[in-house]
Design a protein around this ligand. Sequence first.
Ligand code: ZN
Length: 330
Amino acid sequence: MRIASPIEFDRDGRQTGFLRLPYSTHDSAYGFLPIPIACLRNGSGPSLLLLAGNHGDEYEGLSAVMKLIRALDPVRVQGRIICMPAANFPAVMAGRRASPLDGGNLNRCFPGDPGGTPTQQIAHYIEMVLMPLCGFAIDLHSGGSSLQYVPSGVGNMQPGNTPRNDTVIGMLNAFGAPVSFLSDTRRGAEESFASAAIRQGVVSIGTEAGGGGGASRAAVAIVERGVRQVLHHLGIVVDPGLGAVPGTRLLDVGGVDYFVFAEGNGVFEPLAEPGDMVEVGQPAAVIHDPATPWAEPQRVAFARDGFVLCRRVQGLASGGDCLFHLGTDR
Ligand SMILES: [Zn+2]
């Protein structure tokens, strides 16, 4: 393994610094990529890995984790919080979903490779070094540049593991996003953070906090409060001032019929918005071809009833782009 850490994970207090990922270039022969990391530990208790910047253009979690690192007095911790607020650091600094160095989409790179590209090395470090230190994890995402979500919690169900799945639902209720959706990791990428967490025995939740390539005040507030509520729920930071746990509306996300994709190129006119309830066959979008404005546009419809969790942000769409996805009440 090439990544070196300045953090002593078994030491009490607040430690901050950089994972050093050696990266030798024309401009920096002996240089390294400085990936920020923080550890807040006090005595014994559960350990939680708090990740943002898995995708570099998803900002709600970045703000929330940076603020927590600065504000939380480690004396209040009963256990340990390991924070990576800018996990794919090159992608975060570029404001891009994937790393500009190697094209790496961190959430499609697990379990990574200790001798691979920068993104593969980061994935390997997270799965093989940080996850084994932790019983719990929160991976803060949002819709990024191409999608806008109703602020959502995300849980990945492990088939047959009822105790783990119940703990995930408990964490989602504690996080208290307006909605939370559950998916079955058999349908998801083996290369995701959520699948890595299952491999390493870590109980994890995620978010799709908002998106659109920026962050709203309301979505950042939901993420900040949600993280505090999960830390309280797990007994890692007892926070009596939080009040009652708000709970969440639990939805399922199933197969391909939950998604609407563009089938051609053109101007994307949405006919539904996040938060709407829609029915099977209901028109979802019109795609107008600006090269032949007089031609009949392409029309796409929802393939099932459901709650609109997100829609595409950009005004143009190409064949294969995701325009919407739905959830259904459990
Ligand atoms: Zn993401």
